[in-house]
Design a protein around this ligand. Structure first.
Ligand code: NAD
Length: 401
């Protein structure tokens, strides 16, 4: 990227470092958001939708999709909390920064209230700021979406910094994985997490902070009678279990799932219901960082596209709102009390086909038997690159969309 000192105008190219892209394209991010808005509008309005929605983790991935479905599918006022970098010193902002500007612009044009708070959602300060905004602007919220994915958490009481790990538990794990940069399929070996790493991962990605948010909202009288809250989790197929479901992150997710029951119980006087929705594997900044997952997702995309059941964040969340939470529906829960919108991913026909390909996939046949190209395209789109109709040769202002 070349930016002149006086202006923020420059041509922006993707700069990929491993599983992250360190640049983001404002116009491309805006196009990506608009495509999701258009998808929701095409599906039609959602009946009995929530009116005032707080989304924690609202700037990218599943949280952004939740904001778009609430706003453009249900006409909700949305308050989004997230942690994103603003453009500075010739560097672009992060994708979530531009996504949010684009959401706010589109919401304003549609006459929808949208306010955003950029800061650490784990902190007492951001919780207080959010509550102040709710009280001032919208009174109470009737839906709280908890969609944080973070590698670390500064605990608000002790100020201790906890880090999460993506490691197995008990024994070393070896499996095929994909180096998405070099486009090479190779074996990875990951040593197990120790007890400290497991408990720290639970502190970061478990249910404590969700519960703290709900307690703070209750104490400030910011929840409507009968409000709903939903947090997102993942189960996935056996090939990913050692690193995901049975790994340190899986322990944190189990803790998050336990928190749903605790929240429902602690807010029963207000008739608040807390749900965990098990979502499908999609390409997001968070999932790109998990070993094994990009290869699994590339194979999954191939099979789901062949069966005409491919979904990204926006399709998933529209379905969650329209078929489970609202439109006169009562959520259909599994034996553990969770909403399952990973049903199409976990369909035995899909999983059997993926399992077969998993056994065969190698560097040589990667592009033929998997949808690595589709994975790559969606990865770049997360940062606003590769969207149709965007002129990537034109200089753009990095401070706005
Ligand atoms: P993502 O990386 O796209 O989004 C994470 C969001 O959290 C962003 O808005 C980011 O700004 C925000 N965030 C991170 N740290 C923060 C902090 N300290 N304070 C405020 N905001 C912060 O991730 P995602 O994949 O959409 O994940 C969201 C949830 O969905 C997670 O719970 C994840 O486990 C779950 N999930 C993801 C997948 C998948 O395949 N990606 C599948 C099932 C469930």
């Amino acid at each position: 990227m070349s930016t002149t000192a006086e202006t923020n105008i420059s041509v922006i190219n993707p700069r990929i470092r491993g599983f992250i892209c360190t640049t983001a394209h404002p116009t491309g991010c805006a196009k990506h958001v608009q495509e999701q808005i258009d998808y929701v509008k095409k599906q039609g309005p959602i009946e009995n939708a929530p009116k005032n929605v707080l989304i924690i983790g609202a700037s990218t991935g599943y949280g952004l999709a939740s904001r778009i479905v609430a706003g453009f599918g249900g006409g909700a006022k949305t308050l989004g909390v997230f942690f994103e970098k603003t453009p500075e010193g010739g560097k672009t902002g992060t994708a979530g920064f531009y996504n949010t500007l684009a959401y706010e612009k589109a919401a304003q044009a549609a006459g929808l209230y949208a306010k955003s708070i950029n800061g650490d959602a784990f902190s007492d300060e951001i919780k207080a700021q959010t509550i102040e905004a709710i009280k001032k602007d919208i009174g109470k919220v009737d839906l709280v979406v908890y969609s944080l994915a973070s590698p670390k958490r500064v605990h608000p009481s002790s100020k201790t910094v906890y880090s999460s790990v993506l490691k197995p538990i008990g024994s070393t794990f070896s499996a095929k994985s994909l180096d998405t940069d070099k486009e090479v399929v190779k074996d990875v070996t990951i040593e197990p997490a120790n007890d400290r790493e497991i408990s720290d991962t639970i502190v970061v990605m478990g249910g404590e902070d969700w519960q703290m948010w709900m307690d703070a909202l209750k104490d400030a009288d910011c929840l409507t009678e009968g409000a709903t809250t939903v947090a997102y989790s993942y189960i996935g197929p056996e090939v990913t279990w050692p690193i995901y479901r049975d790994g340190a992150i899986g322990k944190a997710k189990a803790d998050l799932e336990k928190a749903a029951a605790a929240i429902t119980n602690s807010l029963k006087n207000k008739n608040v219901k807390a749900f965990v929705s098990i979502n499908k594997a999609v390409v997001t900044q968070a999932s790109a960082a998990i070993p094994v997952v990009p290869l699994y997702v590339s194979l999954l995309f191939k099979v789901m596209k062949e069966h005409n059941v491919h979904e990204g964040c926006i399709e998933q969340i529209y379905r969650l709102f329209a078929q489970q939470l609202y439109n006169g529906n009562v959520p259909a829960l599994d034996e553990a009390g969770r909403i399952r919108i990973d049903d199409l991913e976990m369909d035995p026909r899909i999983q059997e086909a993926v399992r077969k390909l998993w056994g065969e996939v190698s560097t040589e046949n990667l592009k033929e038997i998997s949808d690595f190209n589709g994975y790559r395209k969606e990865f770049l789109q997360l940062f606003g690159f590769g969207l149709e109709g965007v002129n990537y040769e034109a200089p753009v202002d990095t401070t706005k969309v």
